[in-house]
Design a protein around this ligand. Sequence first.
Ligand SMILES: Cc1c2[nH]c(c1CCC(=O)O)Cc1[nH]c(c(CCC(=O)O)c1C)Cc1[nH]c(c(CCC(=O)O)c1C)Cc1[nH]c(c(C)c1CCC(=O)O)C2
Length: 344
Amino acid sequence: MTVLQDSPFVRACRGLPGPHTPVWFMRQAGRSLPEYRKIRAGVGMLESCRRPDLVTEITLQPVRRHNVDAAIFFSDIVVPIAAAGVDLDIVAGTGPVVAEPIRAEGDLARLRPITPADVDFVTESVRLLVAELGATPLIGFAGAPFTLASYLIEGGPSRTYLKTKAMMYGAPDLWNALLARLADITLTFLRVQIDAGVSAVQLFDSWAGALSEADYRRYVMPHSAAVLGGLADAGVPRIHFGVGTAVLLEAMGEAGADVVGVDWRTPLDEATKRIGPARAVQGNLDPAILFAGWETVERETRRILEQGAAAPGHVFNLGHGVLPETDPEVLTRLVALVHDVSGS
Ligand SMILES: Cc1c2[nH]c(c1CCC(=O)O)Cc1[nH]c(c(CCC(=O)O)c1C)Cc1[nH]c(c(CCC(=O)O)c1C)Cc1[nH]c(c(C)c1CCC(=O)O)C2
């Protein structure tokens, strides 16, 4: 086991004190970095996720630049479902597009279980990265069953989740069969990453905020809990993140998280009241604040560090991913600020 238990990041995830508040950014690897745009030129997104040389280089780029406290494995939430047999592509500027969406019982056969051999490129990439990263922890990740199902059912990104909700409410047996399959694939995919040496995992339920708490608990939480609960003995912290989840924070913690990701809509002290004292929080600077000038960035960062102190552990992050237009120098400066303000 290569879990970096004494790193500031893993300690904060476990609610233990450390030398400073650790910080990393969702989508820290990606289009905000010129070196990323250069290495990705002419290479498709899915192809880049399957090439260990590219995965390693792209994952390391923001670590070299920003002095963040953790790296996040470069991949995408649809990589395991592509490995499970679903014909899909990641279209620049749009996101995942599924050739034949899943709408009926017979379509489930297109989503078979995966074995570690189906994602051997993940094992190889994680091993290379863990060796390169040394004392910096690597975060593995996967999409949660609801968010994955939304792409599979809609066929691509959606504003209303109309077909997704129609299946969830109107065909609950099919819905539960689909989400159970996705939970199984996700659990295997995260175990592969843990076995290869990641120090933490993040389950992205980015679009769960489309649901009420009651419906989240009824239709989604059991499947996410199967994933997170299935990793209870794995020895790595589990982060559970979504957007627009103010009313879901308590349930997302209960689903089996050690750390609950919070977007910018809920202050971290308020989030901690809802989540309770047993779990750390991660967040929650609005990614758009990075465009508002340094004074505003500094003021908002100080506020978030103060409010985060109410939680047993705080991992500083944005409330959602880095926007492609972000000036990377602002991110570098933000990391230094978080370390400086929170350091003893
Ligand atoms: C919903 C979701 C997806 N993918 C992901 C989520 C959950 C996180 C979130 O809520 O943002 C997760 C993801 N996708 C990517 C990462 C890399 C690691 C990191 O955070 O640095 C992670 C963690 C790379 C990527 N995934 C994608 C890119 C951009 C494609 C490119 O660089 O060509 C990257 C760097 C493509 C993608 N893939 C997806 C979308 C919506 C997009 C954006 C489409 C676009 O704007 O072009 C699906």
